[in-house]
Design a protein around this ligand. Structure first.
Ligand code: AMP
Ligand code: MG
Length: 319
Protein backbone atom coordinates (compact mmCIF):
# COMPACT_ATOMS: atom_id res chain seq x y z
CA UNK A 1 0.00 0.00 0.00
CA UNK A 2 1.28 3.42 -0.90
CA UNK A 3 0.35 6.14 1.61
CA UNK A 4 -0.91 9.43 0.23
CA UNK A 5 0.37 12.06 2.68
CA UNK A 6 -0.80 15.65 3.03
CA UNK A 7 1.77 18.42 3.55
CA UNK A 8 1.26 17.82 7.29
CA UNK A 9 2.81 14.38 6.77
CA UNK A 10 6.32 15.66 6.01
CA UNK A 11 7.76 14.36 9.30
CA UNK A 12 6.30 10.91 8.55
CA UNK A 13 7.77 11.03 5.02
CA UNK A 14 11.18 11.99 6.41
CA UNK A 15 11.06 9.08 8.88
CA UNK A 16 10.23 6.69 6.01
CA UNK A 17 13.21 7.99 4.02
CA UNK A 18 15.53 7.50 6.98
CA UNK A 19 14.27 3.90 7.29
CA UNK A 20 15.27 3.25 3.68
CA UNK A 21 11.77 3.46 2.17
CA UNK A 22 10.87 5.23 -1.09
CA UNK A 23 8.88 8.48 -0.91
CA UNK A 24 7.70 10.57 -3.87
CA UNK A 25 7.55 14.32 -3.31
CA UNK A 26 6.84 17.46 -5.31
CA UNK A 27 9.60 19.73 -6.56
CA UNK A 28 9.19 22.83 -8.70
CA UNK A 29 10.08 20.74 -11.78
CA UNK A 30 8.30 17.36 -11.47
CA UNK A 31 7.52 14.86 -8.68
CA UNK A 32 10.69 13.10 -7.61
CA UNK A 33 11.04 9.52 -6.37
CA UNK A 34 13.23 9.91 -3.30
CA UNK A 35 15.49 7.54 -1.36
CA UNK A 36 18.26 8.12 1.20
CA UNK A 37 21.25 8.71 -1.12
CA UNK A 38 23.59 7.13 1.46
CA UNK A 39 21.63 3.86 1.56
CA UNK A 40 22.56 1.68 -1.42
CA UNK A 41 19.72 -0.76 -0.87
CA UNK A 42 17.21 2.10 -0.78
CA UNK A 43 18.69 3.56 -3.98
CA UNK A 44 18.53 0.13 -5.63
CA UNK A 45 14.83 0.27 -4.75
CA UNK A 46 14.45 3.38 -6.95
CA UNK A 47 15.70 1.46 -9.99
CA UNK A 48 13.50 -1.54 -9.10
CA UNK A 49 10.36 0.58 -8.59
CA UNK A 50 10.93 2.46 -11.86
CA UNK A 51 11.78 -0.72 -13.76
CA UNK A 52 14.90 0.98 -15.15
CA UNK A 53 16.98 -1.36 -17.32
CA UNK A 54 20.24 0.46 -16.49
CA UNK A 55 21.85 2.37 -13.65
CA UNK A 56 22.17 6.00 -14.59
CA UNK A 57 23.51 8.45 -12.05
CA UNK A 58 20.83 10.12 -9.92
CA UNK A 59 20.67 13.70 -8.71
CA UNK A 60 21.12 14.13 -4.95
CA UNK A 61 18.92 16.81 -3.37
CA UNK A 62 19.82 19.09 -0.46
CA UNK A 63 18.10 21.83 1.55
CA UNK A 64 20.94 24.34 0.94
CA UNK A 65 24.30 24.86 -0.71
CA UNK A 66 26.26 24.17 2.50
CA UNK A 67 24.94 20.60 2.79
CA UNK A 68 25.41 20.02 -0.96
CA UNK A 69 28.99 21.28 -0.90
CA UNK A 70 29.79 18.97 2.02
CA UNK A 71 29.50 16.09 -0.51
CA UNK A 72 31.08 17.66 -3.61
CA UNK A 73 33.90 20.15 -4.06
CA UNK A 74 32.73 23.42 -5.64
CA UNK A 75 35.03 25.70 -7.60
CA UNK A 76 34.50 29.46 -7.98
CA UNK A 77 32.06 28.90 -10.87
CA UNK A 78 29.93 26.53 -8.81
CA UNK A 79 29.91 28.90 -5.83
CA UNK A 80 28.75 31.78 -8.02
CA UNK A 81 26.04 29.76 -9.77
CA UNK A 82 24.78 28.34 -6.47
CA UNK A 83 24.57 31.80 -4.94
CA UNK A 84 22.55 33.03 -7.92
CA UNK A 85 20.30 30.05 -8.83
CA UNK A 86 19.81 27.96 -5.67
CA UNK A 87 17.27 27.08 -4.56
CA UNK A 88 16.09 26.39 -8.09
CA UNK A 89 16.12 24.30 -11.25
CA UNK A 90 19.89 23.98 -11.67
CA UNK A 91 21.81 20.73 -11.12
CA UNK A 92 25.60 20.88 -10.85
CA UNK A 93 27.90 17.93 -11.58
CA UNK A 94 31.04 18.26 -9.44
CA UNK A 95 33.86 16.03 -8.14
CA UNK A 96 32.71 14.01 -5.16
CA UNK A 97 34.63 14.51 -1.95
CA UNK A 98 36.59 11.50 -0.75
CA UNK A 99 34.79 11.73 2.59
CA UNK A 100 31.32 11.73 0.99
CA UNK A 101 29.10 8.92 2.30
CA UNK A 102 26.72 9.09 -0.64
CA UNK A 103 26.41 5.52 -1.93
CA UNK A 104 28.34 4.65 -5.09
CA UNK A 105 25.12 3.41 -6.71
CA UNK A 106 23.63 6.92 -6.46
CA UNK A 107 26.43 8.22 -8.70
CA UNK A 108 26.61 5.05 -10.85
CA UNK A 109 30.17 4.52 -9.66
CA UNK A 110 31.45 7.82 -11.07
CA UNK A 111 33.90 10.18 -9.36
CA UNK A 112 31.40 12.99 -9.84
CA UNK A 113 28.01 13.63 -8.26
CA UNK A 114 25.02 15.66 -9.47
CA UNK A 115 23.63 17.93 -6.74
CA UNK A 116 20.65 20.27 -6.56
CA UNK A 117 18.84 22.47 -4.05
CA UNK A 118 15.14 22.50 -5.02
CA UNK A 119 12.95 25.51 -4.26
CA UNK A 120 9.58 23.84 -3.67
CA UNK A 121 8.60 24.46 -0.01
CA UNK A 122 7.56 20.83 0.57
CA UNK A 123 10.79 19.54 -0.94
CA UNK A 124 12.68 21.96 1.29
CA UNK A 125 10.77 20.86 4.39
CA UNK A 126 11.27 17.17 3.57
CA UNK A 127 15.01 17.53 2.94
CA UNK A 128 15.52 19.44 6.18
CA UNK A 129 13.51 16.90 8.17
CA UNK A 130 15.23 13.91 6.53
CA UNK A 131 18.70 15.23 7.42
CA UNK A 132 20.28 13.12 4.68
CA UNK A 133 20.90 13.70 0.95
CA UNK A 134 17.94 12.41 -1.06
CA UNK A 135 18.51 10.78 -4.44
CA UNK A 136 15.53 11.40 -6.71
CA UNK A 137 14.82 10.87 -10.39
CA UNK A 138 11.33 11.55 -11.75
CA UNK A 139 8.62 9.49 -10.02
CA UNK A 140 7.41 7.46 -13.00
CA UNK A 141 7.93 3.99 -14.42
CA UNK A 142 10.88 3.84 -16.81
CA UNK A 143 9.88 5.17 -20.22
CA UNK A 144 6.78 6.86 -18.80
CA UNK A 145 5.98 10.54 -18.72
CA UNK A 146 7.31 12.63 -15.83
CA UNK A 147 4.58 13.13 -13.20
CA UNK A 148 3.35 16.58 -12.22
CA UNK A 149 0.62 15.48 -9.76
CA UNK A 150 0.38 12.92 -6.94
CA UNK A 151 -2.23 11.06 -9.02
CA UNK A 152 0.28 10.67 -11.86
CA UNK A 153 2.76 9.23 -9.38
CA UNK A 154 0.22 6.74 -8.04
CA UNK A 155 -0.88 5.75 -11.57
CA UNK A 156 2.62 4.40 -12.19
CA UNK A 157 3.99 3.52 -8.78
CA UNK A 158 1.08 2.67 -6.47
CA UNK A 159 2.05 -0.36 -4.39
CA UNK A 160 5.71 -0.01 -5.40
CA UNK A 161 6.65 2.88 -3.09
CA UNK A 162 5.92 3.66 0.57
CA UNK A 163 4.33 7.09 0.19
CA UNK A 164 3.71 10.16 -1.91
CA UNK A 165 3.38 13.66 -0.48
CA UNK A 166 0.52 15.37 -2.28
CA UNK A 167 1.56 18.95 -2.84
CA UNK A 168 -0.82 19.63 -5.72
CA UNK A 169 0.31 20.14 -9.30
CA UNK A 170 3.94 21.14 -9.98
CA UNK A 171 4.65 24.28 -11.92
CA UNK A 172 4.49 22.14 -15.05
CA UNK A 173 7.27 21.92 -17.51
CA UNK A 174 10.96 22.09 -17.36
CA UNK A 175 13.23 19.70 -15.56
CA UNK A 176 16.39 21.03 -13.99
CA UNK A 177 19.27 22.21 -16.16
CA UNK A 178 22.18 19.80 -15.71
CA UNK A 179 25.60 21.48 -15.91
CA UNK A 180 28.85 19.53 -15.69
CA UNK A 181 31.50 21.59 -13.91
CA UNK A 182 33.91 18.69 -13.40
CA UNK A 183 35.83 19.61 -16.58
CA UNK A 184 37.73 22.82 -17.46
CA UNK A 185 35.07 23.78 -20.01
CA UNK A 186 31.60 23.52 -18.47
CA UNK A 187 29.24 21.22 -20.40
CA UNK A 188 25.48 21.64 -20.62
CA UNK A 189 24.30 18.03 -20.21
CA UNK A 190 20.59 18.84 -20.21
CA UNK A 191 18.81 22.10 -20.96
CA UNK A 192 16.17 22.95 -18.36
CA UNK A 193 14.64 25.54 -16.09
CA UNK A 194 17.72 27.80 -15.87
CA UNK A 195 18.73 28.99 -19.36
CA UNK A 196 22.16 28.47 -20.87
CA UNK A 197 22.30 32.21 -21.59
CA UNK A 198 21.84 33.06 -17.91
CA UNK A 199 24.63 30.64 -17.00
CA UNK A 200 26.94 31.88 -19.74
CA UNK A 201 26.43 35.45 -18.58
CA UNK A 202 28.05 34.42 -15.32
CA UNK A 203 30.73 31.87 -16.23
CA UNK A 204 31.35 32.22 -19.97
CA UNK A 205 30.76 29.85 -22.88
CA UNK A 206 29.36 26.36 -22.34
CA UNK A 207 29.98 23.29 -24.44
CA UNK A 208 26.81 21.45 -25.44
CA UNK A 209 26.45 17.71 -25.20
CA UNK A 210 24.72 15.99 -28.13
CA UNK A 211 26.27 18.51 -30.51
CA UNK A 212 24.29 19.02 -33.72
CA UNK A 213 21.01 17.93 -32.14
CA UNK A 214 19.81 20.93 -30.19
CA UNK A 215 17.37 20.02 -27.45
CA UNK A 216 18.03 16.31 -27.62
CA UNK A 217 19.99 14.32 -25.12
CA UNK A 218 22.44 11.59 -25.60
CA UNK A 219 21.33 8.67 -23.49
CA UNK A 220 23.08 8.61 -20.11
CA UNK A 221 24.89 5.44 -21.09
CA UNK A 222 26.36 7.17 -24.14
CA UNK A 223 26.91 10.41 -22.34
CA UNK A 224 28.95 9.19 -19.47
CA UNK A 225 32.40 7.83 -19.27
CA UNK A 226 31.28 5.08 -16.93
CA UNK A 227 33.71 3.71 -14.43
CA UNK A 228 35.39 0.76 -16.12
CA UNK A 229 37.75 -1.55 -14.25
CA UNK A 230 41.35 -1.58 -15.41
CA UNK A 231 41.38 -5.39 -15.37
CA UNK A 232 39.49 -7.22 -18.13
CA UNK A 233 36.12 -8.56 -17.09
CA UNK A 234 34.98 -12.04 -18.21
CA UNK A 235 31.20 -12.51 -18.13
CA UNK A 236 29.05 -15.60 -17.44
CA UNK A 237 31.90 -17.32 -15.60
CA UNK A 238 31.03 -20.79 -14.32
CA UNK A 239 34.58 -21.55 -13.15
CA UNK A 240 37.42 -19.34 -11.96
CA UNK A 241 41.15 -19.58 -12.72
CA UNK A 242 43.84 -19.25 -10.05
CA UNK A 243 44.98 -15.92 -11.54
CA UNK A 244 41.52 -14.36 -11.68
CA UNK A 245 39.54 -12.36 -9.14
CA UNK A 246 35.87 -13.32 -8.79
CA UNK A 247 32.68 -11.26 -8.82
CA UNK A 248 30.32 -13.80 -7.28
CA UNK A 249 26.52 -13.96 -7.12
CA UNK A 250 24.94 -16.58 -4.89
CA UNK A 251 27.08 -19.51 -3.71
CA UNK A 252 30.70 -18.84 -4.75
CA UNK A 253 32.83 -21.01 -7.07
CA UNK A 254 35.33 -23.62 -5.89
CA UNK A 255 38.93 -22.47 -5.81
CA UNK A 256 38.10 -18.76 -5.83
CA UNK A 257 40.73 -16.40 -4.38
CA UNK A 258 40.04 -12.66 -4.22
CA UNK A 259 36.23 -12.61 -4.18
CA UNK A 260 33.54 -9.96 -3.88
CA UNK A 261 30.14 -11.56 -3.46
CA UNK A 262 27.34 -9.31 -4.75
CA UNK A 263 24.81 -11.26 -2.73
CA UNK A 264 25.34 -14.67 -1.18
CA UNK A 265 21.56 -14.97 -0.86
CA UNK A 266 21.12 -14.19 -4.57
CA UNK A 267 19.12 -11.00 -3.84
CA UNK A 268 19.23 -8.62 -6.84
CA UNK A 269 18.64 -5.49 -4.71
CA UNK A 270 21.56 -6.35 -2.43
CA UNK A 271 23.64 -7.11 -5.53
CA UNK A 272 22.80 -3.74 -7.09
CA UNK A 273 23.76 -1.94 -3.90
CA UNK A 274 27.14 -3.74 -3.82
CA UNK A 275 27.97 -3.63 -7.55
CA UNK A 276 30.04 -0.45 -7.96
CA UNK A 277 31.93 -0.89 -4.71
CA UNK A 278 32.67 -4.46 -5.80
CA UNK A 279 34.08 -3.50 -9.20
CA UNK A 280 36.37 -0.99 -7.54
CA UNK A 281 37.50 -3.36 -4.83
CA UNK A 282 38.20 -6.23 -7.26
CA UNK A 283 40.14 -3.92 -9.54
CA UNK A 284 42.37 -2.69 -6.73
CA UNK A 285 42.76 -6.13 -5.13
CA UNK A 286 43.40 -7.81 -8.50
CA UNK A 287 46.14 -5.28 -9.31
CA UNK A 288 47.67 -5.69 -5.85
CA UNK A 289 47.79 -9.50 -6.26
CA UNK A 290 48.93 -9.31 -9.91
CA UNK A 291 45.83 -11.11 -11.23
CA UNK A 292 45.07 -11.10 -14.97
CA UNK A 293 41.34 -10.36 -14.84
CA UNK A 294 37.99 -10.51 -13.13
CA UNK A 295 35.57 -13.39 -13.70
CA UNK A 296 31.91 -12.45 -13.19
CA UNK A 297 29.38 -15.15 -12.39
CA UNK A 298 26.02 -15.00 -14.20
CA UNK A 299 23.32 -12.81 -12.66
CA UNK A 300 19.71 -13.74 -13.57
CA UNK A 301 17.90 -11.12 -15.67
CA UNK A 302 14.89 -10.87 -13.33
CA UNK A 303 14.16 -7.48 -11.75
CA UNK A 304 17.32 -5.45 -11.14
CA UNK A 305 19.31 -8.22 -12.83
CA UNK A 306 18.72 -6.49 -16.16
CA UNK A 307 20.39 -3.28 -14.96
CA UNK A 308 23.21 -5.21 -13.29
CA UNK A 309 23.88 -7.14 -16.50
CA UNK A 310 23.76 -3.95 -18.56
CA UNK A 311 26.45 -2.46 -16.33
CA UNK A 312 28.59 -5.60 -16.43
CA UNK A 313 28.37 -5.72 -20.25
CA UNK A 314 29.57 -2.12 -20.43
CA UNK A 315 32.43 -2.86 -18.06
CA UNK A 316 33.41 -5.89 -20.18
CA UNK A 317 33.16 -4.12 -23.55
CA UNK A 318 36.45 -3.60 -25.40
CA UNK A 319 37.83 -0.08 -24.97
P1 AMP B 1 16.85 12.63 -13.75
O1 AMP B 1 17.28 12.02 -12.44
O2 AMP B 1 15.91 11.71 -14.52
O3 AMP B 1 16.34 14.02 -13.60
O4 AMP B 1 18.15 12.72 -14.66
C1 AMP B 1 19.37 13.10 -14.11
C2 AMP B 1 20.27 13.62 -15.19
O5 AMP B 1 21.51 14.03 -14.63
C3 AMP B 1 20.59 12.56 -16.22
O6 AMP B 1 20.64 13.16 -17.49
C4 AMP B 1 21.96 12.07 -15.77
O7 AMP B 1 22.67 11.46 -16.80
C5 AMP B 1 22.59 13.36 -15.26
N1 AMP B 1 23.63 13.11 -14.26
C6 AMP B 1 23.44 12.77 -12.98
N2 AMP B 1 24.63 12.58 -12.34
C7 AMP B 1 25.60 12.79 -13.26
C8 AMP B 1 27.03 12.73 -13.25
N3 AMP B 1 27.72 12.42 -12.13
N4 AMP B 1 27.69 13.00 -14.38
C9 AMP B 1 27.00 13.31 -15.50
N5 AMP B 1 25.65 13.38 -15.59
C10 AMP B 1 24.96 13.13 -14.49
MG1 MG C 1 12.74 10.86 -15.92
Amino acid sequence: MTERLTPAGVARAAALLREGALVAFPTETVYGLGADARNGTAVAGIFAAKGRPHFNPLISHFPDAATAFAEVAPDARAEALAARFWPGALTLVLPRRSESRIDLLTGAGLDTLAVRVPAHPLAQALLRAAGTPVAAPSANRSGGVSPTTADHVLDGLSGRIAAVIDGGPCAVGLESTVLDLSTPTPVLLRPGGVTAEAIEAMIGPLARSGAGQPGTLRSPGMLLSHYAPGLPLRLEAREVAADEALLAFGPSLPGAGATWNLSEAGDPAEAAARLFAGLRWLDAEGARQGLRGIAAMPVPMAGLGEAINDRLRRAAAPR
